[in-house]
Every structure is written in structure tokens, then in C-alpha cells.
Design a protein around this ligand. Sequence first.
Ligand code: GDP
Length: 179
Amino acid sequence: AADPGSPYRVVLLGASGVGKTAFASIFAGAADSMDSDDCELCGDEVCEKEIEVDGEPVTITLLDTWDAEPDNEWAQERYMQTGDAYLLLYSITDRTSFLRASELRISLRRFHPAHHTPIILVGNKCDLVRRREVSVSEGRACAAVFDCKFIETSAAMQHNVWQAFHGIVRQLRLRRDSK
Ligand code: GDP
């Protein structure tokens, strides 16, 4: 088998309640993981495991510690610098979380001034159609402004969550291959 290489650190970012924990548990409980005990480093907030994307193995360390220290600016700033890539979540049912995602995107740019850090803007909870406050086109437009990819997901329905993880791996590989 191909060597999955050193782990990529993928960081979950976003306001409280948008679905970061739900994303992390889907990742940790991956049905498509290669064997059941490959999640050596799985805790509440960090999970490391090997997955396969486009037929090639890859090791991902997923971090979900954003909400752990809400008032610790230093910890948050450090957290924003630790990732190789970011999933920036908001809830389509919560406009405030969408605005928060924009703020976080701006902060990320400060910590990653070069433009090659993969970021995907993720509009989660797309199953809650009748509670939608942020349209698909707003999400897409925001991603275009901030020069990142965009996807709508439903962690509750397990819809597009793996597509988001796979998308981030593809971007990391493109970056790696262009070096
Ligand atoms: P976090 O604070 O960002 O970690 O958010 P959580 O993952 O704890 O989710 C907050 C709440 O939203 C929980 O009650 C989840 O069950 C719920 N939730 C998360 N993702 C979805 C989703 O895609 N659809 C729906 N309907 N609920 C969701």
C-alpha cells in the first residue's frame, strides 16, 4: 500500500452550535475507515486516522478544540496557526454564525498570509430548510470573496460531510504537488 505520509492537521472552526462536534464524530466513527482500531489518538477534541481519498491513503489529525477556551484569546490565536487546512463552519439557520465565519476567515488570513492554506467554507444544517437564514448564493458569494471553496452539508443527515473532508485533502495534495 502507498505510504499515507505525515498527518495533515485539519482544524474545525466556527461559532458555537454550528456542528463542529457533529463533524468530528462523523470523522471519528468513519464507516470507511480501513480498520476499526486505527483511531489511535481519538479523544474528544483530537482524532487522528487514516482514510482513503481518490484511492490514495492519507492521515488526518482533526482538531476540534475551538470552543474549549472561548475567552482565551491567546489559545484561540494559537489554534488559528496550527492548521494545515481549515473547515470553516457556519449554520445556514443562523446568520450570526455566518458573519462570525467571515470574521474568522479574516483572522485566518492574518495568520496565513500566503494564499495556499486550504480553507473550505461549510454551510451546515442544510436539512433544516424551513429555518434557513443564509441562502446558498450568499454562501457561495462569501466563499468567492474570501477565495475559498464552498459546500453545504448536513451532519445530521451525514450529507456532504465526507465530501468536505475529501475536498480538503484534494486541496492539500494540489498544494503539495505544486511545491
Ligand atoms: P458545535 O458547538 O459547533 O460543536 O456544534 P454541535 O456539533 O455540538 O451541534 C450543535 C447542535 O446542532 C447539536 O444539537 C447537533 O445535534 C445539532 N446539529 C449539528 N449538525 C446538524 C445538522 O446538520 N442538522 C441538524 N438538524 N442539526 C445539527
